[in-house]
Design a binder for this molecule. Structure first.
Ligand code: NI
Length: 167
C-alpha cells in the first residue's frame, strides 16, 4: 500500500466530471487500498478518486470512530433524498477549512461495491452527508461552492498562498 497525493483546491482537475467505471474488476483493489490508507492518514472520512487524480466515478468512505466500516462506492447515485440538515463539513482538498453545508438528512443510494455487486441502501446523518459530498466530487463540485463567493475567494487565496510557501 502507498499513500497518494491529494489534489488541493483550486486545482482544475478537481473540476472534471468523472467518467463512470465501465467494468469493476480486481485491478481496482490496490487503488482502493491506497485510497483508504491515504484517507485514514490524513485523517478524513471520505476520499473520491478525482481527489487523487483518477478520472473515474468511485469513492472510499469510513465515518466510523474505529475505522472499522470501510465502504467502497462505485458509480454511486442518489435515488432520493428527504429533509435538509446543516452539518459542519471539511474536505481533504480544502485543508484547514470547515463550514456548515445544507444537504439531505436521509438518502437512498445505489452503487456497486468493490466486487461489482449492486448496492441499494438508505442512510442518514453523517454518512448521508459524506456520500453527497463525495458524489459532488465526482461531478467536479466542492463544498466551497455552497459558500458565498467572498468566503470561497478568501479560502482560495489562502490555499494558493500556502501552496506557494510549499505546504
Ligand atoms: Ni471532499
Amino acid at each position: 500500500m502507498s499513500q497518494l497525493e491529494i489534489l488541493k483546491f483550486p486545482d482544475p482537475r478537481l473540476r472534471q466530471v468523472a467518467k463512470p467505471v465501465a467494468r469493476v474488476d480486481k485491478s481496482y483493489w490496490s487503488t482502493f487500498e491506497d485510497m483508504f490508507e491515504t484517507m485514514y492518514a490524513a485523517p478524513g472520512v471520505g476520499l473520491a478518486a478525482v481527489q487523487v487524480g483518477i478520472d473515474e466515478r468511485f469513492t472510499v468512505i469510513d465515518v466510523s470512530d474505529g475505522r472499522e466500516e470501510p465502504l467502497v462506492l462505485i458509480n454511486p447515485q442518489i435515488i432520493s433524498g428527504t429533509d435538509a440538515c446543516d452539518l459542519e463539513e471539511g474536505c481533504l482538498s480544502v485543508p484547514g477549512h470547515q463550514e456548515s453545508v445544507r444537504r439531505f438528512q436521509s438518502i437512498r443510494v445505489q452503487a456497486l461495491d468493490k466486487d461489482g455487486k449492486p448496492l441499494d441502501f438508505e442512510c442518514d446523518g453523517l454518512l448521508a452527508h459524506c456520500i453527497q459530498h463525495e458524489i459532488d466530487h465526482l461531478d467536479g463540485k466542492l463544498f466551497v461552492d455552497y459558500l458565498s463567493r467572498l468566503k470561497r475567494e478568501r479560502i482560495r487565496k489562502q490555499l494558493e498562498r500556502e501552496l506557494r510557501r510549499g505546504r
